[in-house]
Design a protein around this ligand. Structure first.
Ligand code: PLP
Length: 433
């Protein structure tokens, strides 16, 4: 009889990443989590159909709503994260946009920072604005007063990244969470660059965690995937969220008070934004994410260990003007890195080159092991020029605020031999054409 580790928080991370949320006895004793490659499930009889569609009974009817393969992944990530529930999505952006839509209505406001993944900035600034939702960007993300000044009656969430993309900056999450909670506002954190192995945002006060599972969670650059996790103890009925008041009233009889109290965010997220916007994660993808997550702790350990070595090498290199990695003693976020990242502040870094834009282009042309591509969080090492790719089309001022300049390269350090990665960078950084 397999051990279902979902609710046992005493188990270690490595055990849970292999077993949580899965009981082979419920799946023909298949040891690997089966891929339920179907679009629909039989409803059985009329009574069961009504119970399923009124949410009185948990079960699967149509794969856009839920699927047993995804179900395991959702439980596994919720377990690793220390959360109450999770929902899978087709991509990180589908996860983030759905989570935000679950919280805002016309006239509402969002507080966030300039140091965000470009797609998220566009969502806030370019898309939600057209639907009557205003986003206010804090002046200084390291100054808690900057956040406080922007809070008003219509503020519905504060949104940050645990390690900013591409600035690789660290925000004092605990301080922001405490401030948000003092006003009855949830803190939403994109934890893509850290994964629960390096940092569990719920331990520091976050209420909702979003992921691009395209990155470290799946870990091999094979799928596009996203997830949202709910901590489970936020009071959604505190007067700021009429949509949750309505949801509670409409579903109290069928879903029940306990589940609504613990998982109201996820239930509404699934029923409304996963189901009706339709950005579901295919079960094949869920399988790949599950497979990647089986080695998450091992990969993250190696990623961070390699990153520290590479940052130290680059720091001493004459062709490099600046290395932005919080694991370096001189980095402005080093003190926060020590507080929030005892296992190391991830494997993302950015560098600015002494030789400017031309030198950056030369490096991209010369690298042999490092792949020139926009993805991050792959087992393989990746390098990219942010201003002409992920941050293309943003103004110079916007990019400067996000730490992106013409001479900036972003590095996603993989799990190859560190000495080979260093030798490759060394030859690419050498002077001459
Ligand atoms: N969040 C961060 C921090 C990212 O880096 C990305 C993509 O690069 C996303 C979200 C969006 O994820 P996806 O590409 O899976 O939609």
């Amino acid at each position: 009889m397999a051990y279902q580790a979902f609710s046992d928080q005493t188990l270690g991370f490595a055990t849970k990443q292999l077993h949580a949320g899965y009981d082979p006895a419920e799946h023909n004793r298949s040891k690997a989590v089966p891929i339920y490659q179907t679009a629909v499930f039989e409803l059985g009889d009329y009574d069961r159909c009504v119970r399923l569609f009124s949410y009185e009974e948990e079960g699967h009817s149509y794969v856009r709503f839920s699927n047993p393969t995804n179900d395991v992944l959702e439980k596994r990530l919720a377990s690793l994260e220390g959360g109450a529930a999770a929902v899978t999505f087709a991509s990180g952006m589908a996860a983030i946009s759905s989570a935000i839509l679950n919280l805002v209505r016309k006239g509402d406001e969002i507080i966030t920072v300039h140091t965000l993944y470009g797609g998220s900035t566009t969502l806030f600034n370019g898309i939600l604005k057209d639907y009557g939702v205003t986003t206010r960007f804090v002046e200084d993300e390291n100054d808690i007063e900057s956040y406080r000044q922007l809070i008003c009656d219509r503020t519905r969430l504060i949104y940050i990244e645990s390690l900013g993309n591409p600035g690789i900056n660290i925000i004092d999450m605990r301080a922001v969470a405490d401030l948000a909670h003092a006003y009855g506002i949830p803190l939403v954190v994109d934890n893509t660059f850290c994964t629960p192995y390096l940092l569990r945002p719920f331990d520091w006060g976050a209420d909702i965690v979003c992921y691009s599972a395209t990155k470290y969670l799946s870990g091999h650059g094979t799928v596009i995937a996203g997830m949202v996790v709910e901590k489970g103890n936020f009071n959604w009925r505190n007067g700021r969220f009429p949509q949750f008041e309505d949801f509670y009233r409409d579903h109290l009889t069928s879903i029940g008070k306990k589940t609504l109290d613990e998982q109201m965010f996820s239930k509404r997220l699934r029923m409304r934004y996963l189901t009706d916007l339709g950005g579901h994660m295919p079960p094949q993808t869920a399988f790949y994410v599950l497979q990647g997550m089986e080695t998450l702790s091992l990969r993250m350990e190696r990623h961070t260990c390699n990153a520290q070595k590479i940052a130290e090498f680059l720091e001493d290199h004459p062709a490099v003007r600046e290395v932005n990695y919080p694991g370096l003693v001189g980095n402005r976020y080093h003190a926060l890195a020590l507080k929030y990242f005892p296992k190391g502040p991830g494997a993302m870094m950015s560098i600015r080159l002494a030789g400017g834009f031309k030198a950056a282009m030369r490096v991209l042309k010369r690298v042999r092991i490092w792949d020139y591509m926009v993805n991050v969080g792959d087992a393989k090492s990746l390098i990219v020029h942010s201003a002409s790719s992920t941050h293309f089309g943003h103004s110079k001022e916007e990019n400067a605020k996000a730490g992106v300049f013409d001479d900036t390269l972003r590095l996603s350090v993989g799990i190859e031999d560190a000495k080979d990665l260093i030798a490759d960078l060394d030859q690419a950084l050498a002077e001459g054409s």
